[in-house]
Design a protein around this ligand. Structure first.
Ligand code: CUA
Length: 224
């Protein structure tokens, strides 16, 4: 989870989030290089004293500074498209979780196992345990097996919500009347915190998501 002074991304807990971090660093590096170059050129313009009264056009340099940025943009666009389609890939999920957004809590259904269903509410500050995380912990956690492909179906009952877990690289809108799908693979055990990220009303900030990632045999024990 994110704590104080964490300005970057959270540590990844899934292969897709790892790829997202790599892409972020790659794009940021290109951005920094462009900013430094353009900044240097703009700064140096102040000290330029070369004047050419007969200069009206320079077709070669215009060709270069039109095509070169286009090629640089391709270095961002192609990896971006690769990731976009990778995120959309569904690889034979072993568990399907359905999460439904409500004002203002999430409810979950495990349709594969006897239709287990429950609501997940944020724990209010005055009822929080001493080791609990304020505005982040919930009464009923989503338990999921690690090292397995998990499919999630997201929808909403009233207004648009968004099921977002930064460490897993998941962010899916829950929209009334629609069923959105995505998948992920958790590669370590632990608690992963998330929040609704679609402005959904007065208590938008108070419908967090907690995923408890456990080994598969623990999950089977929990589900039965
Ligand atoms: Cu639900 Cu914001």
């Amino acid at each position: 989870m994110s704590t104080w002074a964490n300005l970057g991304l959270q540590d990844s807990a899934s292969p897709l989030m790892e790829q997202l971090i790599f892409f972020h660093d790659h794009a940021l590096l290109i951005l920094v290089m462009i900013t430094v170059l353009v900044g240097y050129l703009m700064f140096m313009l102040f000290f330029n004293s070369y004047i050419n009264r007969f200069l009206l056009h320079g077709q070669l340099i215009e060709m270069i500074w039109t095509i070169l940025p286009a090629i640089i943009l391709l270095f961002i666009a192609l990896p971006s498209l690769r990731l976009l389609y990778l995120l959309d890939e569904i690889n034979e999920p072993s568990v399907t979780l359905k999460s439904i957004g409500h004002q203002w809590y999430w409810s979950y259904e495990y349709s594969d196992f006897n239709n287990i269903e429950f609501d997940s509410y944020m724990i209010p500050t005055n009822e929080l345990a001493t080791d609990g995380f304020r505005l982040l912990d919930v009464d009923n956690r989503v338990v999921l097996p690690m090292n397995s492909q998990i499919r999630i179906l997201v929808t909403a009952a009233d207004v648009i919500h968004s099921w977002t877990i930064p460490a897993l690289g998941v962010k899916v809108d829950g929209t009334p009347g629609r069923l959105n799908q995505t998948n992920f693979f958790i590669n370590r055990p632990g608690l992963f915190y998330g929040q609704c990220s679609e402005i959904c009303g007065a208590n938008h900030s108070f419908m967090p998501i907690v995923i408890e990632s456990v080994p598969v045999n623990y999950f089977i024990k929990w589900i039965s």
